[in-house]
Design a binder for this molecule. Structure first.
Ligand code: CDP
Length: 221
């Protein structure tokens, strides 16, 4: 039997940092589903496709070869790990990710990658749609201001010029699109352990998640 761990939550709640550390700690495969939506968005922008042209966007999703290797993301063989984190992608990704056919294509891919493996997968619909049978489901959240502050620091450390207010607005808009869309909106999965990370350090969050897993498996993991 394989173990699946689902981590969902809004932007800046600390999902990917925690998921990466947890995967390393447990020796599991880390799967960043947001990176896949970002890669499709990058290709759509590169090809100058209008964000209203759903048909062509779906075509891009269908024809693109997206693969993950640990923390690296490849689009048609090209390493796009850095490029997909740029603000322009963050601003547009939620428009692409709300298209039902795009989700269908990527969800299928995500399930296939997880097949037969112990995985930690993070995203918006992992515990609800992608891996509803996951043995462990976590939902990470934090105040909007704290999430914006974290994302702002992250971008600043990478040398990207942004204003805090812009990041805050982008996250607010993305929250609303991700939570309000018709197909698999961001919601707390049934049975998920909810963690508010506003006043916690990354280490403290990892510790809580790890402890919850150990407690529920009687220390077997
Ligand atoms: O890292 P951050 O929280 O900023 O976002 P991400 O995980 O890279 O996801 C980027 C965007 O992809 C989200 O805002 C969603 O619109 C979409 N997404 C999704 O719809 N479903 C997922 N399972 C993962 C991401």
């Amino acid at each position: 039997m394989t173990v699946k761990i689902a981590i969902d939550g809004p932007a800046g709640a600390g999902k990917s940092t925690v998921a990466k550390k947890l995967a390393k700690l447990l020796g599991f495969t880390y799967i960043d589903t947001g990176a896949m939506y970002r890669a499709i968005t990058l290709k759509v922008l590169r090809e100058n496709i209008s964000l209203e042209d759903e048909e062509r966007i779906v075509e891009v999703a269908r024809k693109s070869d997206i693969s993950l290797d640990g923390e690296r993301v490849f689009l048609d063989g090209e390493d796009v790990s850095e490029e997909i984190r740029k603000p322009i992608i963050s601003q547009k990704v939620s428009v692409v990710s709300q298209i039902p056919e795009v989700r269908e294509i990527l969800v299928k891919k995500q399930r296939k990658i997880a097949e037969g493996k112990n995985v930690v997968m993070d995203g918006r619909d992992i515990g609800t749609v992608v891996l509803p049978d996951a043995q462990f489901k976590f939902f990470l959240t934090a105040s909007l201001e704290e999430r914006a502050r974290r994302r702002y620091e992250e971008l600043k450390n990478k040398g990207t010029e942004v204003k805090y207010e812009e990041v805050l607005e982008e996250i607010k808009k993305r929250d609303s699109l991700d939570s309000g869309r018709k197909t698999s909106p961001l919601t707390i999965p049934e049975g998920a352990i909810l963690i508010d990370t506003t006043d916690l350090t990354e280490e403290e969050v990892v510790e809580r998640v790890y402890e919850a897993i150990r407690k529920n498996t009687k220390g077997e993991i």
